[in-house]
Design a protein around this ligand. Structure first.
Ligand code: SAM
Ligand code: DTB
Ligand code: SF4
Length: 317
């Protein structure tokens, strides 16, 4: 049953279930809604790297952080297309273009629209994450053929200002509403491991589940700690607590793709297997996320073989 009326207490109670009960519940819901052995595969590309004016404490691309990431210009469409072709050849079904912007300018929307049109023509699903959008910008991206827009709420409303001060939680919800109104699929999730409490994880998932429509895709990232960012050196999350977050996301959003996102390089194969068992059915595939590294593709192929997982094929493909 699809619900949009979760209370935070109910979601917290899920987090505190005995582990076996939690995973069984998540896997049962997963099986009722999805092929249990199919995993959706997305490949990321940073089309505009670094120099971002926002102060997100986790992000190596923030101008407020002191990292090795250099500010670059928006990439040329031809180079983006070459990367998209490689991603498709490697087996990705979706190509996600990320830009380190607070919000795009008109000229940026034009150029990204061109990229979207051409990536889509390759037979890939398109996704973009460009920061805050206006309603007309969302409509233009939709017309260009944008299938998904990624815009994370990252954490609970009450913890948000501990992590980011240059925009509000409500700003995030406003953009999500524009994206939805333009008819673009929503990709929205968050990060675990920023010093938040279980209550914050529960409240973040409650916010997502209580949106008028569930995001079609829910990325759950494990914080990738980068030297020079405000959140470097945070206490590491217990692997089983991360798995619990995946399981609860699956339970409260039964029909959404739950993506085991950033942070897989730090995870053992066994931990990833537990995440898949708990309802994760999407990953980022390819050796790079945006600026940090992701597992080698041959390691992922080996993991898929050992677990009997297969990449989800697009229906039209
Ligand atoms: N600038 C746009 C924005 O913030 O909406 C788009 C790109 S931004 C890098 C996309 C998402 O990546 C963030 O919302 C955050 O959830 C995730 N992210 C960034 N740095 C991360 C890190 N070090 N570890 C885990 N996730 C991270
Ligand atoms: C999401 O939830 N995770 C991705 C994607 N959406 C854009 C980004 C992860 C970034 C990790 C840090 C980096 O590589 O810069
Ligand atoms: Fe900028 Fe996005 Fe990084 Fe925040 S997460 S600093 S908005 S690129």
């Amino acid at each position: 049953m699809i619900r949009h009326d979760w209370s935070v207490e109910e979601v917290i109670a899920l987090f505190h279930l005995p582990f076996n009960d939690l995973v069984f519940k998540a896997q049962s819901i997963h099986r009722a809604n999805f092929d249990p052995n199919a995993v959706q595969i997305s490949t990321l590309l940073s089309i505009k790297t670094g120099g971002c004016p926002e102060d997100c404490g986790y992000c190596p691309q923030s101008a407020h952080a002191d990292t090795d990431v250099k500010a670059e210009k928006l990439m040329d469409t031809a180079l983006v297309l070459a990367e998209a072709r490689k991603a498709k050849a490697a087996g990705a079904s979706r190509f996600c273009m990320g830009a380190a912007w607070r919000s795009p300018k008109e000229r940026d929307i034009e150029k990204v629209s061109e990229m979207i049109r051409e990536v889509k023509a390759l037979g890939l699903e398109t996704c973009a994450t460009l920061g805050m959008l206006q309603a007309d910008q969302a409509r233009t991206l939709k017309e260009a053929g944008l299938d998904y827009y990624n815009h994370n709420i990252d954490t609970s409303e009450s913890f948000y200002s501990e992590i980011i001060t240059t925009r509000t939680f409500q700003n995030r919800l406003d953009t999500l509403e524009m994206v939805r109104a333009a008819g673009i699929n929503v990709c929205c999730g968050g990060i675990v491991g920023m010093g938040e409490k279980v209550e914050d994880r529960a409240d973040m998932l409650r916010t997502l589940a209580n949106l008028p429509e569930h995001p079609e895709s829910v990325p759950i990232n494990l914080l990738v700690q980068v030297k020079g960012t405000a959140l470097d050196g945070m206490a590491r999350v217990e692997p089983l607590d991360f798995v619990r977050t995946i399981a609860v996301a699956r339970i409260v959003m039964p029909e959404s793709f739950v993506r085991l996102s950033a942070g897989r390089e730090e995870m053992s194969e066994e931990m990833q297997a537990l995440c898949f068992l708990s309802g994760a059915n999407s990953i980022f595939y390819g050796e790079k996320l945006l600026t940090t590294s992701n597992p080698d593709t041959h390691e992922d192929r080996r993991l898929f073989d050992r677990l009997g997982l297969k990449p989800l094929q697009l229906e039209a493909a």
